[in-house]
Design a protein around this ligand. Sequence first.
Ligand code: B16
Ligand code: MG
Length: 219
Amino acid sequence: KISAFIFDLDGVITDTAEYHYLAWKQLAEELGIFFDREFNEQLKGVSRMESLERILAFGNQAERYTKEEKEALAAKKNEHYKQLIEKITPNDLLPGIAELLEDLKKRGIKIGLASASKNAFAVIERLQIGGYFDTIVDAANIQHSKPHPEIFLTAAQQLGVPCVECVGVEDAEAGIQAIKAANMFAVGVGTKEAMKDADYIVESTADLNYESILKAFQQ
Ligand code: B16
Ligand code: MG
């Protein structure tokens, strides 16, 4: 049986993945580093500092900055990002998400959030969906980022639900790996290619539906 759903935030609940992309692109261009959507795929679900390291390595600039300078660059990206998320309203929930949260609540299924973002609380607040979540685990509460399972394990523990009864929903490769490593059922939102390790794949959040997921879960 399914006792809990644990959601990723960026790219699943709302399209902040796009805002992370725009904010990193702005920083990368300021540094003279080429940045496109294809490269950005690797950053989904990855922490802020690790994302910066990957961008600098990609631009052959890994050795150019001190630790303090890197922290300043990451802070700059976060400033771009914070400006972009100020515009978020409840209308920015991705299609089908409000309906799914409502359906899960009615069925008495626990709901958790597992986001690598330190801005997760601010985004949830802007979307006005805090009331749906029985627990929110964000980057501030964990040691290891995705693909490490810690964030999903912590959410399950806080919900008091065994991992085998949890469904994790993700849009990032690193996130799907984290869900699988936590021994949970992985639902991937995205292309078959990017979500190849997921147990169940939908192209869009509009196709997320409890009955279909349960059917796949029971197989
Ligand atoms: P912040 P998620 C992740 O959130 C994003 O996918 C990733 O692109 C971002 O770098 C990371 O959060 C850290 O975000 O800079 O706001 O702390 O997908 O796990 O909800
Ligand atoms: Mg995500």
